[in-house]
Design a protein around this ligand. Sequence first.
Ligand SMILES: Cc1ncc(COP(=O)(O)O)c(C=O)c1O
Length: 386
Amino acid sequence: MSFVLNPNLDRERPYGDAEQAVISLAEYERAAAVIRSWPDYNPTPLHSLPGLAADLGVGELWLKNESGRFGLGSFKALGGAYGVLRVLERELGEGACELSHTVTVTSATDGNHGRSVAWGARNHGCACVIYLPEHVTDRRVAEIAAFGARTVRVQGTYDEAVALADADARHNGWYVVSDTSYEGYHEVPRWVMHGYSVMVDELLGQMPGGVRPTHVFLQGGVGGLAATVCGHLWELDGAVRPVLTIVEPEEADGLYQSAVAGEPSHAAGSLHSIMGGLSCREISPLAWTVLAPGVDAFMTAEEERIKPLMRRLAEGRDGDVAVVAGESGVAGLAGLERVASEPSLRSALRLEADARVLAIVTEGATDTESYQRIVGRAAAEVAPSH
Ligand SMILES: Cc1ncc(COP(=O)(O)O)c(C=O)c1O
């Protein structure tokens, strides 16, 4: 396990132009107006888990549960589909969507983002090609294909899939809708993050009495999710925003390595992790603009914590509601569990017995077979309306 207090943190710094250019309340408003008008839009629930909070020695534990988001099973449903829409508007003009069949969008994915892009493409009437690295299960590929997308298996990692999608898009005149930024490609990943911000606004509105969490533990892949939450809270609350910790797999610790190096860096490990959605070598430089000065701590979570946490949430023990949570969806909680068990880490983060902690279950049973193998029951038996 690695843990570092962010050496680049600048808590007093106002939310400035550089950060606003990545994620802002103004862009949240625009995304919210669109996404809340989509058929089937419903806020996902925020649960209080007093049983688990007591076990962890914190005052309250809140879980935002993204397992039911648009029936796609993860928060990513908000981002990719909104990115597709903004690309169509850019290319065809607002309201010219009768021409959308002339457009092809493409993306690389570990699963969840591609599902969102494929769903968005189907809803908005354009063609879609999705690139998947070799570690993604056949079931996830089939679910993306079910939205009418063409799927391409890449014999390599997520980062190699990103590169291939980009090269093929250039060659074929397609439009990349990626959740990660890279050199020369920044506009669309910003839109994707704007889509995620709808979730942040929802959860703040769901906290009883408008109270804020004191601590937030968030899983990190390329960093888009964490930058969205960080930026939104920073712009709203400035220096008194919650203490934010990013949690990554030990073998895919690109954000942790970037914090240590003080600049965007690569993950040092093998990328092999049960948390497939977080398995990437490169981080999003755009996200890093917000994360570098804005996040309090970076850490990794041990693989062994993931399955027991999934089972614990499925049980709904000690009066807690049962929650369907996928492998990548519990990474933030795994980080919290480790911090809570170690006095030196607790004091580094000022995690006291009265802390109000927020974590986001960013995915439900997005791979149904794997979920059933781990938990011993199908998701529908755990929580019928997950
Ligand atoms: C379920 C889940 N949670 C969290 C993340 C992390 O998001 P990001 O890559 O924006 O850091 C992902 C990324 O794919 C994911 O699929």
